[in-house]
Design a protein around this ligand. Structure first.
Ligand code: SF4
Length: 320
């Protein structure tokens, strides 16, 4: 559960609200006047837009835990990945506008269902509203850890406001070269920005810590999705992560062409098994040893709405 109490969390939400219009919540710094109805790159204005809330059992084992991760899927995104598997909500922005009170009720319902955490997916554009809802929920008895599940395109200044609010950070480090980050995801400067963001996350909560049941309690777990033709530059990503220390990494094999990637000359196919094996080799050669991999059967997974970590996606490197 958050270190801060409900009043302190509410204060953070008020500071975050000052960052939303003109909007500087993410490194894109659109400066859209969102509280006056203007949309920024992410398509969001003056309230959170919720796509779905559910107990999710397909995340990495310490995130799903025994009761499922209380996943809060939010609409819109500050990136524009050609291959986004959640494109209906990130790019087509399916969802309904919700008040902070409604969001707080959703968090409490997930706790009542037995979920092991509250997992905000793509939270950055919605932060003032999510944090306000968290304050309301904590005041009403929410005791679960908060997971910040992000693409890694986050600014250090905003992340500092989440210190004591977020317990577990689940950032992507998607790319090792900015040319691919720009052409596939429209994220200029991603390599340096995500590196500094993860450094700040580590400063706040350290590497992933598990409780006695093996469930994430606090800390950082980095995700990396291997892409066709090594366009994620996985080796460079792992070398950078190694500079940050012994941080657990979830290396994902589940890439498949979704949305605009279906027509792309490089991205229009799934991974070959050797591409994933090369990435695993690069991981070990970078001196990293802790993490989670996906079974290669993930390469055959058909279109699905959620990430599908197969049940035997093992911790081959040993528990972190
Ligand atoms: S959160 Fe959205 S509106 Fe705000 S700076 Fe980022 S992309 Fe622009």
């Amino acid at each position: 559960m958050p270190v801060l109490n409900a009043d302190q969390i509410l204060q953070r939400s008020e500071i975050l609200r000052q960052k939303v219009s003109p909007c500087v919540l993410c490194p894109r710094q659109c400066r859209a006047l969102r509280l006056q109805g203007e949309k920024g790159f992410c398509g969001m204005t003056d309230a959170a837009v919720l796509s779905d809330c559910l107990a999710h059992f397909g995340e990495e084992p310490p995130i799903s835990g025994s009761g499922g991760s209380g996943t809060v899927f939010l609409s819109g995104c500050n990136a524009a990945c050609l291959f986004c598997q959640n494109y209906q909500i990130s790019r087509l922005r399916m969802g309904r506008t919700v008040s902070s009170t409604e969001l707080a009720e959703e968090f409490l319902k997930l706790q009542d269902q037995g979920c092991v955490n509250i997992n905000w997916v793509t939270p950055t554009p919605h932060l003032p509203f999510l944090v306000e809802a968290l304050a309301l929920a904590v005041a009403c008895g929410l005791r679960l850890p908060v997971v910040y599940n992000t693409n890694g395109y986050d600014s250090v200044e905003i992340l500092r406001l989440l210190s004591g609010v977020v317990d577990v950070y689940l950032p992507d480090m998607k790319y090792g070269e900015n040319r691919w980050a720009e052409s596939f995801s429209q994220m200029p400067g991603y390599v340096e920005i995500s590196f500094e963001a993860v450094r700040e996350m580590l400063r706040q909560v350290g590497p992933l810590e598990l409780d006695s049941a093996g469930t994430a309690r606090r800390g950082v777990l980095i995700r990396h999705l291997v892409l066709p033709e090594d366009t994620a530059s996985s080796r460079l990503v792992f070398q950078r992560i190694a500079q940050l220390g012994r941080i657990p990494v979830s290396i994902m094999a589940q890439y498949k062409p979704c949305f605009e990637a279906r027509k792309h000359p490089v991205l229009n196919r799934g991974l070959y098994p050797f591409e994933y094996r090369e990435a695993l080799k690069a991981f070990e050669q970078a001196g990293l040893s802790a993490g989670y991999i996906q079974d290669l059967k993930s390469l055959d997974v058909q279109d699905s709405y959620f990430p599908d970590f197969s049940k035997d996606a093992g911790d081959i490197f040993g528990q972190t």
